[in-house]
Ligand binder design. Sequence first.
Ligand code: SF4
Length: 358
Amino acid sequence: MTLLVLDLKDLAKYPFLKESQEYVSKRAPSFEQFIQSNYGRSVLNRAGERVIAAIRQKKEGPEESLQDAENDLFSYGLARVIVSCIGERGVTERHARFEAARVYRFLSEERPELRTFVINQVGLDPSTNRLRVTEYVELAASLRDDRWRLVNRILDHGWVQLEPGDLEELLREKIRVILQRQLPLPVTKELCTTIAPVLSAITASYQEQILQQFGEVDESCFPPCINALITAITAGTNIPHQGRFAITAFLNAIGLTVQEIVELYCRAPDFDVEKTMYQVDHITGGRGTEYTAPSCATMRTYGFCIQRESLCEHVNHPLNFYLIKKKKGEKEKEISTPGSVSPQKPPQRDEKERDTGD
Ligand code: SF4
């Protein structure tokens, strides 16, 4: 059996491996001291760039990474500290997706023995053509294409049969799930204070991204399900908790403030300002966890999906409905007023890859 030797570049390419983490803890046992050093500060800069690239949904190829493999390896850990201090679910998700995509890109060009080693380390068998149902469901949950739905799969005694190429996509998901599951790290307030300027710059960049993605709120682009729920509330109908949750999470995602969301509820005859403030604050992340708006599949199970517009047939998330309709409206406006310039940048990202899993 050939002994696999990992060099510094290998460790930097796959920084979540036990071997990589051991290297980091040997070379930088004290975070506080490390971050005060000149070298620590240069790594912090690289870590900040890494998180910003994740927020902006950029892709980093091998040419941008690994110019300084050790710096790159350290910056992975620091990027996770940054994300943990920020504590914003959207940032964590983007970070995990970015890092998983990066690992996946390296893996696709990797020498066979290292590729097999890494795939085994994440708990998959590179030669398999089936997965346990429980694992399959966890990994396929955020894959949007219908072919991933369990009803479209062959099941055999608790195993799901895989088609050629499936394992590749599931591998990327598996890496993402592992990276995300380990977050947030248990960071102290003191530690976060040490890197506060970097955190502020990144938080500002994230807010900017959200604003660019959704732009001004346009009620005329709300999907039928959300419109129906809002109408029901306004008419004084007692809608179930899941309905209030769906509206709140949706409005929060498109950029309404807590105050603006509460104002919507005050149209309801049974409006209780304190109770509403508490619930809205809770759903929008005021108590530490920001909840994601439910997908069409979830809306369907609650009976909220009324699919009154043809666009509904092409989306799997009410937020995608909103974005697509809004973009379409903006394009039409541009065409009808020749020479006009759109005040907003278009969303930066493929609709399929949006952070809308629930
Ligand atoms: S398909 Fe989606 S967007 Fe359309 S009404 Fe149903 S849940 Fe809402």
